[in-house]
Design a protein around this ligand. Structure first.
Ligand code: PMP
Length: 345
């Protein structure tokens, strides 16, 4: 018999559907294509493959630091922002400690709590989907997790509530900004730069179109970053991924911005169509819309039969059943709308 960690017995493997599908709107990635410089960089980095990458992705750290006017020692990177968040939980919490997180939020967070032996405490968002600062602070948790714009709701948190949490938190506040590129000017990077207890996490998986390369990053005070890197370990970013991310950051910024703007325009057009179907999508600052809909699981299954994959949620706190529809070029939205209309019949 293999030795097993007892606390892992009930942890399911993260298993998103892998059934092939013509229109996949389930993962909020960039459906507009690949940034222009990627192909060239992939071709020219082949020679790096036989050797190890450098430990802590120094080129990308420098490039990211320059892009936000920070110093490289304020930046950390990881194998997706998943890895940055997971490492932060290991770095700042002992097994048995409490992690408080807004609910609903990114599904991996309660899972990371379990895997790291933490007590995950969900704290419902308020009816307006802002964070409940008093309730979160009332948990006394050493780490508080926030997400803005939030997955799966798409809603953003208010500055007043986030600042209140950051000011009064007894420990660290992680602010997951995977979708910040779709809501320019509404981010909390300034808090990560000014306060010693804030880690903002970002990703190249969404607006930057590099989900398959797995590149995430974080911003925080140098002491916080150094602690996190101990828990994360070296070599989490491949040399190829690092080179592509640097190139996209430096050379494809206009492409990324234009595609993000296109996604926002398609999102609002899609909202109009959904409203005319009698649905009420939540306000969104991200590249997806969350649509409360009783029986969403069955509706998603019927859409799936029509070759359109959207993510369905059941009994989400404060929302109920809902569909989450990723936004992309308009022809994909038309396909989704056609499948949805038929599925609702
Ligand atoms: N945070 C949020 C809110 C997300 O939705 C996701 C991906 N779905 C991630 C983090 C992780 O992204 P990645 O690991 O690809 O950077």
């Amino acid at each position: 018999m293999i030795p097993r960690r007892a606390s892992y017995r009930d942890i399911p493997l993260y298993a998103p559907s892998t059934r092939p599908c013509r229109v996949d709107l389930s993962d909020n990635t960039n459906l507009f294509g690949v940034p222009p410089s990627v192909e060239r960089v992939l071709a020219t980095t082949v020679s790096r493959v036989p050797r190890y990458p450098r430990g802590y992705a120094p080129d990308l750290r420098r490039a990211l630091a320059a892009s936000i006017g920070a110093a490289p020692d304020e930046i950390t990177t990881g194998c997706g922002s998943d890895d940055v968040i997971d490492s932060a939980l290991r770095a700042f919490l002992e097994p048995g400690d409490t992690l408080a997180y807004q609910d609903p939020t990114f599904v991996m967070v309660p899972l990371f709590a379990k895997v790291n032996g933490l007590e995950g405490v969900p704290v419902p968002l308020k009816p307006d989907f802002d964070v409940d600062a008093d309730a979160l602070l009332g948990t006394g948790a050493k780490v508080i997790f926030l997400c803005s714009p939030n997955n799966p709701t798409g809603t953003a948190l208010s500055r007043a509530a986030v600042e209140r949490v950051v000011e009064d938190a007894p420990g660290i506040v992680i602010i997951d900004e995977a979708y910040a590129d779709f809501a320019p000017g509404k981010d909390f990077l300034d808090l990560a730069r000014r306060r010693s207890n804030v880690l903002v996490t970002r990703t190249f998986s969404k607006a930057f179109g590099l989900a398959g390369l797995r590149v995430g990053w974080g911003v925080g005070a140098p002491e916080l970053v150094a602690e996190l890197e101990k828990a994360r370990g070296p070599y989490k970013l491949t040399s190829v991924a690092e080179a592509v991310a640097v190139s996209v950051l430096k050379g494809d910024a206009d492409w990324v911005r234009a595609r993000a703007e296109e996604a926002v325009a398609c999102r609002e057009r899609l909202r109009g169509e959904l409203v005319s179907l009698g649905l009420t999508p939540l306000p969104s600052e991200a590249n997806f819309l969350m649509v409360p809909l009783p029986g969403a699981l069955a509706v998603a299954e019927r859409m799936r039969e029509r070759d359109v994959n959207v993510r369905a949620f059941q009994a989400l706190t404060g929302v109920g059943d809902a569909l989450r529809i990723g936004v992309g070029p308009w022809p994909l939205m038309e396909a989704a709308l056609a499948a949805l209309r038929e599925a609702l019949r």
